[in-house]
Design a binder for this molecule. Structure first.
Ligand code: GLU
Length: 410
């Protein structure tokens, strides 16, 4: 069995969309390759005095529609193919969301939970220094992703600004509020997931109220999605983190769980009224809505046929493989694709960047309202083209994105 390579998913999806649009290879061949890849080594002085060298990447997939844009991931499984795939997905995500960016991504092969705060800060400083020749507010703008957040973004701004000799808030987004960050940014990805889940249910003639939900991953995306879906009166009955999966058919206490997690706890130590289930059981649960909000390749050719959710809303990037997509489609399961479902994060990043450049800060209400407008408009256009062309929502989203990349940015 060949190893899973997420970039193969990217290529297959581009090919399908290009064929549907009737493009000849000469029109889209360039989009299959990242424009620029920088691999760096990151020597870090550890707390015990030793030096460990980590591996890092910054991939700029496309600048056809604007500066490349996308997060930085700290995870032990990060590799170049993964970062390249994540960068490409950002290109299509920004295009479908209608924001003037290309796509990029960064990553460091490190388990951030095993490093002290000082070690993480030094790692971020060296990584920033080494990618600094290619990042900047007008060229390539990082943001948080799995394993990073506001604090890492703040270290990045400090390091970049020191190197450049002036405070440069626009070099990254997802900064803490008060340090150039935007109100609503932390919640924005989960908010976008909720907006698209609600819109999809509505389009299917169903209600979000009372719908049962399973969420894989209780990080920033899964956690906020669970919270906001609960506020919409959906019933979140199963959630998971890296340590465990929990289930309560009557609905979980999401507020309580989020406080428990925010205190640094793992689900395996949660003592609430829940049943323990396996991650297979969570993914294959008979729910109205499944939100995979962890990592890539979670729904693949091995388990796709067992999926019973009626609607999948991809909080994570690339959780469903191309092979799985075909099986789900055959089984009538609707998938709101990552580049649409989780675009709320980067849309709000765009708002943050605008606020930084103008030095004019918006209220949370204004941010949320603009976010709702942008994500709803993106959903509507994807839904319409998918219905019109009789293709999946993923195919529809790629038709829109590829068309913009090929026809509007020659
Ligand atoms: N990492 C997020 C994503 O995958 C956000 C990227 C950004 O805000 O630039 O969409």
């Amino acid at each position: 069995m060949s190893a899973y390579n997420p970039y193969d998913n990217v290529l297959a999806t581009i090919e399908t969309a290009a064929k549907q649009l009737g493009y000849s290879p000469s029109e889209y061949e360039h989009i299959k390759y990242p424009e620029r890849t920088l691999q760096v080594s990151i020597p870090v002085r550890m707390d015990d005095g030793s030096v460990r060298v980590f591996e890092g990447y910054r991939v700029q997939h496309s600048t056809l529609r604007g500066p490349s844009k996308g997060g930085i991931r700290y995870h032990q499984d990060v590799n170049q193919d993964e970062v390249s795939a994540l960068a490409a997905w950002m290109t299509f995500k920004c295009a479908v969301a209608g924001i003037p960016y290309g796509g990029g991504k960064g990553g460091v092969t490190v388990d951030p939970t095993k490093l002290s705060k000082g070690e993480l800060k030094r790692l971020t400083e060296v990584f920033t220094e080494r990618i600094s020749p290619i990042i900047g507010p007008e060229t390539d703008i990082p943001a948080p992703d799995v394993g990073t957040g506001g604090e890492v973004m703040n270290w990045l701004v400090e390091t970049y600004s020191r190197l450049r000799g002036e405070l440069t808030l626009g070099v990254t987004t997802g900064k803490p509020v008060g340090k150039g960050g935007s109100l609503g940014r932390v919640e924005a990805t989960g908010r976008g997931v909720t907006i698209t889940a609600k819109a999809a249910m509505q389009a299917l003639g169903r209600e979000i109220r009372g719908a049962t939900v399973a969420v894989q991953g209780m990080g920033n995306v899964g956690g906020i999605s669970a919270k906001l879906l609960t506020e919409e009166r959906a019933k979140v009955i199963a959630v998971s983190d890296v340590s465990d999966c929990i289930y309560n058919p009557a609905g979980l206490d999401i507020e309580g769980l989020l406080t428990f997690i925010a205190d640094g706890n793992l689900l395996k130590d949660y003592t609430g009224d829940v049943e323990r289930i396996s991650s297979k059981e969570l993914l294959e649960m008979d729910v109205d809505i499944l939100v995979p909000a962890a990592l890539e390749n979670m729904i693949n050719k091995d388990n796709a046929a067992n999926i019973r959710a009626k609607l999948i809303v991809e909080g994570a990037n690339g959780p469903v493989t191309v092979e799985a997509d075909a099986v789900l489609e055959q089984n009538g399961i609707i998938v709101v694709p990552d580049i649409l479902a989780n675009c709320g994060g980067v849309v709000c990043s765009y708002f943050e960047w605008l606020q930084n450049l103008a030095d004019d800060y918006w209220t949370e209400q204004a941010v949320n309202q603009k976010l709702e407008e942008a994500v709803s408009a993106a959903f509507k256009s994807v839904w319409e083209i998918s219905a019109e062309q009789n293709v999946s929502l993923r195919a529809g989203a790629y038709l829109i994105a590829l068309k913009k990349l090929v026809e509007e940015s020659a």
